[in-house]
Write a protein of this length. Structure first.
Length: 457
C-alpha cells in the first residue's frame, strides 16, 4: 500500500478519486503520513489483554513521539468497554472511509465478546479530523457472531467502487465481509455488509489485500482461501472491483501448495497495475519457502514468476516504494533469525528492490536491529518483523519502513522506523520507540504486534 502528500488538504468530500490525505494515510490533514501501532495485550483498567492503539503523527522530520494519541475502549467516543482478552488493536488499517479528506483509522479487536459469544471479534472505525483523530467512532461485528472467529484480525481497506471513499474488507470464517464507505458512515450505528466467498474458498478465508490488479481504476480484492478443512493447500484469487463495488467476478486464480500463505500487493514493475507476491514460511518438500510474484495485467492476475534469488524463509510482509523510484519494493520478514550472540527469535527483514522487470534479487539487503546505523540492539525473542508496514511520514516521496518488535523488553514491545531514501532504508535517521515514550501502558503490552499506515499511489 506508494506516494506522498505535499500540501494541507481542506476537509471536503472526495469525488471520483481518493483524497491525497487518504492516499498518504494522513489522519490529521497536515500533509504527513501517520502511524498506528497496535498493542493488543496491553492492560487497560486492570483488564489483561484488553488492548490499545497508539498513533504517532508524522512531521517534516518523520514520525516523532512528541505528538501522539492513545486509543482504548475507555477513550471518549470509542464504543465498547475494555474487557480481559478483547485484544483491541490486534489489527490496524488506514483509509478515508467517509471521503472527507482525512484518513480514518480502522481497528480490529479479535478477542471481543459479542454478547455471550466469546472471541467473536469486532471492528472499530475512528474518524480522522483536522488536528488529529477526533472522538467520532463506530464499531461493527459479523452479521452472525461466531465463537472464536476473531472477526477483525484480517483487514484490508480500498476503494472498490472508485467513489472516492475507501471500503473495508474483513476476512473471517469462510467469507470476506465488505462494508461500503459512505459520507455519513459515522452516523451509521450498524453498517450494512456484503459477503463474498473468495475463489477456491468455502471452508476458510485466510488473507486479503486491496490493490488495482488490472489497472482499470477500481481497487480489486486479492484473497487466499481454502476449500477443505483441515487444509493442506490453498488458492490465490482476485475479485474484481467495479462501479458497483466487488462483483464476485474473478480476475484470475491459482492453486497454492499449502494453506497459510501470506499475501502482499503493490506495483513492483511500475506499469500502473498492482502485482501480488505470495510466500510461505513452511519448509516442506520442493516448494520450500516458495516466493512468487504474480504480475498484474489488463486481464487480471498474470502467471506466477518464481523469485530468482535464494530462498526467503519467513513471509512476504509488505510492498512499498522505499526508494522513491516508482517501483514497489518487497519486504520479507523472518522473526526466527538469531541475534549476534546466537539467541533465537531476534528477527530480521529483507528488502528486495522492485524494477521494471520484477524483483531484483541481487539487490536484496537484510536489516535487523544489529545492522550498523539502525537504532537499538538485536536481542533474542525481540520478534523483529512480526508486523511490517510503510508510510511516508515526512512526505519526501519515499516510504519509510516500519517494523514491529512486540517481544522486545520482555514483551513490552517496540517499533523501529527506518526512513526511506534514494538508496532505500539504510538505518540513517532511524528511531526505536516503546510505549513508555508515549506514556502508554507498557508491561507485556506486545506493542508493535500490528501496524497501520499507507503509501498508496
Amino acid at each position: 500500500m506508494t506516494g506522498g502528500v505535499l500540501a494541507v488538504l481542506p476537509a471536503q468530500a472526495a469525488t471520483g478519486t481518493q483524497s491525497a490525505a487518504a492516499r498518504a494515510g494522513d489522519l490529521d490533514g497536515d500533509g504527513f503520513g501517520d502511524l498506528a501501532v497496535g498493542a493488543p495485550e496491553g492492560t487497560i483498567a486492570g483488564h489483561a489483554k484488553a488492548g490499545y492503539v497508539s498513533v504517532a503523527y508524522g512531521t517534516a522530520q518523520g514520525v516523532r513521539t512528541t505528538r501522539h494519541k492513545g486509543i482504548t475502549q475507555r477513550t471518549a467516543g470509542i464504543p465498547g468497554t475494555p474487557e480481559a482478552g478483547d485484544r483491541f488493536g490486534s489489527a490496524t488499517a488506514v483509509g478515508d472511509v467517509d471521503g472527507d479528506g482525512y484518513a480514518d483509522l480502522v481497528i480490529g479487536s479479535g478477542g471481543e465478546a459479542i454478547g455471550s459469544v466469546k472471541g467473536a471479534g469486532s471492528v472499530t472505525v475512528v474518524f480522522g479530523a483536522k488536528g488529529g483523530l477526533g472522538n467520532d467512532a463506530i464499531a461493527f461485528h459479523a452479521p452472525t457472531p461466531t465463537a472464536r472467529q476473531a472477526f477483525g484480525n484480517k483487514l484490508a481497506v480500498g476503494d472498490f467502487d472508485h467513489d472516492g471513499r475507501d471500503d473495508i474488507a474483513v476476512a473471517a470464517g469462510a467469507k470476506v465481509q465488505v462494508v461500503k464507505g459512505a459520507a455519513k458512515l459515522r452516523d451509521t450505528s450498524k453498517p450494512a455488509m456484503k459477503a463474498y466467498t473468495p475463489p477456491g474458498g468455502g471452508a476458510g478465508a485466510e488473507q486479503v489485500a486491496a490493490a488495482d490488479v488490472n489497472g482499470d481504476g477500481y481497487t480489486d480484492l486479492a484473497t487466499v482461501a481454502y476449500f477443505d478443512d483441515p487444509a493442506d493447500e490453498g488458492t490465490l484469487g482476485v475479485l474484481a472491483g467495479s462501479a458497483q463495488g466487488i462483483t464476485g467476478k474473478a480476475l484470475g486464480r491459482t492453486g497454492l501448495p499449502f494453506a497459510g500463505y501470506s499475501i502482499v500487493a503493490g506495483d513492483v514493475t511500475g506499469d500502473g497495475r498492482a502485482d501480488i507476491v505470495v510466500s510461505t514460511g513452511y519448509s516442506d518438500g520442493p516448494d520450500d519457502f516458495l516466493l512468487r510474484m504474480f504480475p498484474g495485467t489488463a486481464s487480471g492476475l498474470g502467471a506466477g514468476v518464481a523469485y530468482p534469488g535464494t530462498a526467503q524463509p519467513g513471509r512476504a510482509a509488505t510492498l512499498a516504494d522505499l526508494d522513491g523510484d516508482g517501483h514497489a519494493d518487497l519486504v520479507t520478514s523472518d522473526v526466527t533469525v538469531p541475534d549476534p550472540d546466537g539467541f533465537n527469535n531476534a528477527g530480521a527483514v529483507t528488502v528486495v528492490p522492485g524494477t521494471t522487470s520484477g524483483l531484483d534479487a541481487d539487490g536484496a539487503r537484510t536489516i535487523s536491529l544489529a545492522t550498523t546505523g539502525v537504532a537499538g540492539a538485536s536481542e533474542g525473542n525481540d520478534l523483529f518483523g512480526s508486523a511490517v508496514t510503510a508510510g511516508d511520514y515526512n512526505a519526501d516521496g519515499a516510504a519509510d519502513l516500519t517494523v514491529g518488535a512486540p517481544g522486545k523488553y520482555l514483551g513490552t514491545g517496540a517499533v523501529s522506523v527506518l526512513p526511506g531514501s534514494a538508496d532505500g532504508p539504510t538505518g540513517t535517521g532511524s528511531i526505536l520507540f516503546t510505549p513508555q515514550d508515549l506514556d502508554h501502558p507498557a508491561v507485556k503490552a506486545r506493542f508493535g504486534s500490528a501496524l497501520g499506515a499507507t503509501t498508496r499511489p
